[in-house]
Design a binder for this molecule. Structure first.
Ligand code: AG3
Length: 281
């Protein structure tokens, strides 16, 4: 008899993964955590019944969330990551030689520990990198109180349900604004547009009073079902977002960073939105 993992993100539509073996399952201090071997996507990690990351397609999401803002910025020395306990985003950020320090604020120590153990290729040693500093705490408290400012801030949160909900609110975005250096860039996972259509319009409404430049870019991540995943983008200037292909290409080539999804042409194209999203802004 085989067991299936049925994702509970949407009310009347779901995706299922065959479970070959449960590697870890527990109720942590903050949420239900499961890591299992699937028949199709390699190892899979879910929180509160919602797929967070899979071995097979994580590169798409983590490369796009890290490299799009980092290459657009061009000289990010200090980076802040909110969430991202599986370590995949930290791994990609640390590939940038110009990055001197990364602070990662993750609410759930158990997610970090269990992903290091059962999804070791996600962090790939990143948590031992001397440029990384891990803070266990709630991202909203951190951005409200922090005395440091960052060149790039990345929100690698869960969906706006449970512990992740506050990371989509105006008070959180106000905290981001106070922690972002002038010319800095904020990027955040913002849901699958076709399935969670209100997320784009709500985030746009909340970010646009605070930042001169608010935009969205997209990538198709198979395990986030329903079409394109959106990433929110905010900055006090549109200069970084409007860079030309030649500049991005020379930054990418000079970095020596190897990618499997991201490249400069895709970076530029990712900001082109389908008309139903343009109309929803
Ligand atoms: N990022 C989670 C994205 C959740 C998406 N779910 C959805 N809308 N289908 C967190 C983990 C990746 N590091």
């Amino acid at each position: 008899m085989s067991e299936w993992f049925d994702e509970t993100l949407h009310d009347a539509y779901h995706q299922g993964f065959k479970i070959r073996e449960v590697l870890f399952e527990s109720k942590t201090e903050h949420q239900h955590l499961i890591i299992f071997e699937s028949g199709s996507f390699g190892r899979v990690m879910a929180l509160d019944g919602i797929i967070q990351t899979t071995e097979r397609d994580e590169f798409i999401y983590h490369e796009m969330l890290a490299h799009t803002p980092l290459f657009a910025h061009g000289n990010a020395k200090n980076v802040l990551i909110i969430g991202g306990g599986d370590g995949g985003l930290l791994r990609e950020v640390l590939k940038h030689p110009e990055v001197e320090s990364v602070v990662q604020v993750e609410i759930d120590q158990a997610v970090i520990d269990m992903c290091v153990e059962y999804l070791p290729n996600h962090s790939a040693g990143a948590y031992d990198n001397p440029r990384a500093e891990i803070v266990i705490g709630d991202g909203i408290d951190f951005v409200k109180q922090c005395s440091r400012q960052f060149d790039v801030i990345l929100s690698d949160s869960t969906d706006p349900i449970g512990p992740g909900e506050v990371l989509f609110t105006s008070p959180f975005y106000q905290g981001i604004q106070r922690c972002l250096k002038s010319g800095g860039i904020f990027a955040a996972q913002n849901g699958v547009a076709f399935m969670q259509p209100d997320e784009v319009s709500t985030t746009h409404k909340r970010l646009s009073p605070l930042f001169a430049d608010t935009a969205f870019y997209t990538a198709a991540v198979p395990s986030y079902v329903g079409g394109i995943m959106t990433f929110a983008w905010a900055s006090d200037s549109s200069a970084a977002r409007e860079l030309d292909l030649a500049t991005l290409t020379s930054r990418f080539m000079n970095s020596g960073i190897q990618t499997r999804y991201y490249n400069p042409a895709l970076h530029m194209g990712a900001f082109a939105l389908p008309q139903y999203l343009v109309d929803s802004l």
